[in-house]
Ligand binder design. Structure first.
Ligand code: G4P
Length: 527
């Protein structure tokens, strides 16, 4: 049994793809699924153009097709590996869920548009990966278009994200002049469209000991080739050294160039990625114990809860990251928070195009449990006497705020119940103004407000009035430092749901003004 489990766990590669919208995450995901044979044609994951849903369609689509559920976890086999890709949605549905998804993966792939470089959303998501110390692999995309100088891009990546980089390959030209990729790691040159480039029709050329093409080859006549060699030489001398150890601890990101759209460099990326991306490792419990994935008993934690399609049944899907052991349909588990025993018979596994009933899964896999209200985000479930509780999922600093009231004053009870439950579930964060105790809800993404309002109405029959307050900067203050006179028109004083005081600052200026005025007061943010 142990050997079997070890082999299974080692074959798992569970990762998220992060990017700013439009960098090419969907396109690259589709290519990966095509390699894995999980889909037959591009355009399946997200119908382009027609498929870029308006926000208001989200719930409707969710109901009809469960699309955001099916596309949020994709599993397929490639070579001898089982790959689990977790989707982190782009800006339209950006939320705390997006961040929490990063708690459930073992590595991340960061897709960057070669013309744009590091964009805000990438930076935000990267920060969370960084905090977890998971390996990050970079794919610089759209090489078939004119983009920025590769050296420039590396420099920006290192500076803005404060991470070392190591180019695994290097572009020879770009845009219309893209000739190929100098593969620094495999010591080959991959030719872009050999059929039209007239470069002997050969796809891959092996390099000699000196890292050059042996003998005659038309590509050698190109100044782009010598430019690439010069760059590589510079990088080999002055750049970072390749270090598997540093990759594993998230201190160095291997960088790959390519074009997802023309499927250039993606396969090489995938092959190298599965070599270095980690298999599941131990997870830490609240008592500091490390639970190995090969532990026989099943355990896992819930990182996401998705309101489900059928309002009549109020069912939801709880996404579980398996941390140890094997899951077999129908096993009995204990919910650590309540000590309640639950039989897991109604479970689902995610494939690219369908959802199937899952019979068997192991550490590293993600399963979906139909839930009628048992689970909360961050909950641990375990089998037998394992008796573990995994570390709490972090809370994230919200950036947008809304005042919220019940439309019908006669229905205060269901309003309060709904708010309390959705807050506990992690759908939204709740604050109260200091003396009047008005409700303010906070989120990292607009979608959270929409989901909140929809679920309040559908699950708690409570119509809400939401008054946008716009973006704010939330900073906590130690209760002993607090003087209520510190509050002004530019910083609203509130309490979080645990009673801790914090200010919601109008903007950076208001924050700086505060820091200047009260230099001894230390303000803190969440992640
Ligand atoms: P996202 O999930 O990160 O938001 O990006 P997505 O894959 O949807 O790609 C965004 C746009 O960029 C798409 O164009 C896509 O075709 C294009 N794209 C992706 N990879 C490449 C690449 O390697 N080269 C080039 N030139 N373009 C790329 P669109 O016009 O929005 O959609 P459509 O043309 O597919 O209809």
């Amino acid at each position: 049994m142990e050997d079997y489990l070890k082999k299974e766990v080692e074959s798992r590669k569970t990762f998220a793809i992060i990017s700013h919208p439009d960098a090419g995450k969907t396109t690259i995901t589709e290519q990966l699924l095509l390699f894995g044979g999980a889909i037959r044609q591009a355009g399946t994951v997200k119908g382009k153009k027609t498929g870029k849903f308006a926000k208001s369609d989200w719930m409707e689509i969710e109901k009809q097709r469960g699309i955001s559920v099916t596309s949020s976890v994709m599993q397929f086999d490639y070579k001898d590996k089982r790959i689990n890709i977790l989707d982190t949605p782009g800006h339209e549905d950006f939320s705390e869920d997006t961040y929490r998804t990063l708690m459930a993966v073992d590595s991340a792939v960061m897709v960057i548009d070669s013309a744009k470089g590091i964009e805000p959303q990438t930076k935000k998501l990267f920060k969370v990966c960084r905090m977890r110390g998971i390996p990050i692999f970079t794919f610089i995309n759209k090489l078939d278009r004119d983009g920025r100088e590769p050296l420039d891009l590396l420099e920006e990546l290192e500076e803005v994200l404060e991470i070392d980089s190591y180019p695994m390959n290097w572009p020879i030209g770009m845009g219309k002049g893209l000739l190929g990729l100098y593969d620094n790691y495999n010591k080959t040159i991959e030719i872009h469209r050999p059929e039209i480039n007239g470069l002997d029709g050969q796809k891959v050329i092996k390099l000699n000991e000196a890292g050059e093409i042996e003998g005659d080859h038309p590509i050698k006549a190109s100044s782009l080739y010598s430019q690439a060699l010069d760059d590589i030489e510079l990088l080999n001398e002055a750049g970072n050294e390749f270090s598997e150890e540093k990759i594993a601890s998230g201190k160095l990101t291997p960088v790959f160039f390519g074009s997802a759209l023309t499927n250039f460099g993606v396969e090489t990326f995938l092959n190298t990625f599965i070599n270095f991306a980690p298999s599941p490792t131990a997870h830490t419990t609240t008592s500091g114990e490390k639970i190995e994935p090969t532990t026989n008993e099943f355990s896992g934690f819930i990182f996401k809860i998705q309101a489900n399609m059928n309002p009549a049944h109020r069912d939801r899907i709880a996404f579980v990251r398996i941390c140890s052991g094997t899951f077999d349909r129908g096993i009995d588990v204990t919910l650590a928070r309540t000590n309640k025993r639950i039989k897991l018979s109604n479970s689902t596994q995610f494939m690219a195009e369908t959802r199937e009933v899952v019979q068997h899964a192991v550490a590293g896999d993600i399963i979906g449990l139909y839930d009628t209200g048992n689970f909360q985000i961050g909950d641990t479930i375990f089998e037998g006497k394992l008796n573990v509780e995994y570390e709490k999922l972090p809370q994230f600093t919200p950036e947008m705020f809304m005042k919220v009231n019940a439309k019908n004053v006669m229905k205060q009870k269901s309003f309060h119940k709904g708010v309390q439950q959705l807050v506990q579930e992690g759908a939204i964060q709740l604050y109260k103004t200091f003396h009047t105790e008005d409700y303010i809800i906070g989120a990292v993404g607009q979608l959270q407000f929409e989901v909140f309002q929809y679920r309040m109405l559908n699950e708690y029959k409570s119509e809400t009035i939401m008054t946008p307050m716009g973006n704010k900067i939330a900073r906590w203050i130690k209760p002993e430092d607090l003087d209520e006179n510190m509050s002004s028109s530019r910083n609203l004083l509130v309490r979080d749901r645990f009673g801790n005081p914090l200010f919601l600052f109008e903007n950076q200026f208001a924050l700086r003004w505060f820091a200047d005025k009260y230099p001894d007061v230390e303000l803190t943010s969440l992640l």
